[in-house]
Design a protein. Structure first.
Length: 71
């Protein structure tokens, strides 16, 4: 299971109703995906980026059978 490590940037959470949840790719970090915010129209948004345990959301390649990648 994943630890609950979420990085928050932008507006204070619950300060408004605009929230963008940004999910990083395999082998990347939450900080990496938040860097894309500079290229998006996200003024006045709360940005949330969860960090996957060991930098991956699932244990095996996407080519593995779905059952192998289930918790």
């Amino acid at each position: 299971m994943h630890k609950r490590n979420i990085i928050q940037k932008g507006e204070k959470l619950f300060a408004n109703s605009r929230v963008l949840i940004m999910i990083h790719g395999r082998g990347a970090k939450a900080e990496d995906i938040l860097g894309l915010a500079a290229h998006l129209p996200v003024k006045n948004f709360s940005l949330l980026a969860p960090q996957a345990t060991n930098d991956t959301w699932y244990p095996y390649s996407f080519m593995a059978t779905p059952g192998d990648n289930e918790p």
